[in-house]
Design a protein around this ligand. Structure first.
Ligand code: PLP
Length: 436
């Protein structure tokens, strides 16, 4: 393979980054290393792997796996990060990304415009862990991010493109505030994927994904990934980040920061060897293989997803039964200019709309469409539809639903890869059903 992999175009990285033909068999596709353990050459070899002196040996699949390692290196290359850790789900990625920064007694500032499961995790499960989260009322109100900061704040968190509200986070502005108060900005980049938006290029420090969605792309495997940009200086205020900088009692007093920051690995290695090791949400190698299959066609699929989403959004906006269409790719969106700045190739393929006749019309619509599958996911080759207020955001109260942009009559779509005229014909059938 010629050239510096870091200098390859996105399309080359999505196919080749992290992979070489299998040295043992010559297999060109990345093999599925479906094994729990790995035979050590001798006791010294085993001891070096366990002590983190040897980072190339896989010790046990809960910690690392050769198939998963290719997916991790590839996603780090696509995002422009220094290292990535794949985990069992997007939820695990968000939880561990923040637990690697905050502990009991600490605090996080977050956007309110989040996937419902993330809101529940941060508001309730983190509270059970002793970590408080302040949700700013309006993620575009930059002063609100500032005023939410407390002495124990350890991170800021938001979705680059909110699910399902479709709002675009002003990553540069929020990153600037985070850095002024000395904490990293963690961005969930699931909806746009790195093909459309790379948060590190705008100042974010850590990126998380549900790889279940567009990255795997076919609705076949649950997974998540945490990517470190490798630039946040945890050494500048070491006592604020004891987990990263102080001696680790489970590794003979090693400091992740002292030992691995030069390699850009301190944050990722601590997440892998303390959090994934101890809490256990390791991804299956088979799911990593499915993720790699998806990544290899990411740019092609996203181009088609975006083109279908644009056509569908514009068509919906012209229908009298439809109130607002929430899609930053529409000129009418309050986030149109933010989308032009952050998402020049398109605002993704998740969109939502309000039916003027409200909740019951929404239910009839969801039950009336045929090509759009009624299920809880986004980012499948198939087009998907759901009613967030009664499903993905049902655990939220009315105020929290409103903050996430979820009105009672809201319908969320994930535009798939089908022929767009068929999608529009199906939506027309749904609207007919909605009208009763
Ligand atoms: N982040 C976003 C934006 C999501 O839409 C989802 C799931 O819908 C998640 C995170 C959680 O991912 P997973 O379902 O893989 O745990």
């Amino acid at each position: 393979m010629s050239g510096d992999p870091k200098a390859w175009e996105f399309e080359t990285r999505q196919v080749h980054a992290g992979a070489v033909p299998d040295p043992g068999t010559g297999a060109r596709a990345v093999p599925i290393h479906q094994t729990a353990g790995y035979v050590y050459r001798d006791t010294a070899h085993a001891a070096a792997a366990f002590a983190l002196d040897d980072l190339t040996t896989h010790a046990y699949t809960r910690l690392s796996n050769p198939t998963t390692a290719v997916a991790e290196e590839r996603i780090a290359a696509l995002e422009g990060g220094s290292a990535a850790v794949a985990v069992a789900s997007g939820q695990a990625a968000t939880a561990l990304a923040l637990l690697n920064l905050a502990r009991a007694g600490d605090h996080v500032v977050a956007s309110p415009s989040l996937y419902g499961g993330t809101r529940t995790l941060l508001e309730h499960t983190f509270a059970d862990f002793g970590i408080a989260v302040t949700f700013v009322d309006d993620p575009d109100d930059l002063a609100a991010w500032y005023s939410a900061v407390r002495p124990g704040t350890k991170a800021m968190f938001g979705e680059s493109v909110g699910n399902p509200r479709g709002n675009v986070l002003d990553i540069e502005a929020v990153a600037r505030i985070a850095h002024e108060v000395g904490v990293p900005l963690v961005v969930d980049n699931t909806v746009p994927t790195p093909y459309l938006l790379r948060p590190f290029e705008h100042g974010a420090d850590i990126v998380v994904h549900s790889t279940t969605k567009f990255l795997s792309g076919h609705g076949t495997g649950i997974g998540g990934v945490v990517v470190d940009g490798g630039r946040f200086d945890f050494g500048a205020d070491p006592d604020r980040w004891p987990g990263l900088t102080h001696p680790d009692p489970t590794y003979d007093g090693l400091s992740f920061w002292d030992r691995f920051s030069d390699l850009g690995l301190a944050y990722a290695l601590r997440l892998r060897t303390r959090l994934v090791r101890d809490l256990g949400p390791a991804v299956s190698p088979f799911n990593s293989f499915l993720l790699l299959q998806g990544l290899e066609t990411l740019s092609l699929r996203i181009e088609r997803h975006v083109s279908n989403a644009r056509t569908v959004a514009a068509w919906l906006e012209a229908q009298p039964q439809v109130g607002r269409v929430h899609y930053a790719g529409l000129p009418s969106s309050p986030w149109a200019s933010q989308a032009e700045r952050y998402l020049p190739r398109g605002a993704g393929a998740v969109l939502a709309f309000d039916l003027v006749d409200g909740l019951e019309a929404g239910r009839r619509f969801v039950e009336g469409v045929r090509l759009f599958s009624h299920l809880a996911n986004i980012g499948d080759v198939r087009s998907l539809v759901i009613h967030p207020a009664s499903t993905t955001h049902a655990q939220l109260d009315a105020e929290q639903q409103a903050a996430a942009g979820v009105t009672p009559g809201l319908v969320r779509l994930s535009a798939g890869l089908e022929g767009v005229d068929d999608l529009i014909a199906d939506l027309a059938t749904g609207l007919k059903a909605a009208a009763g």
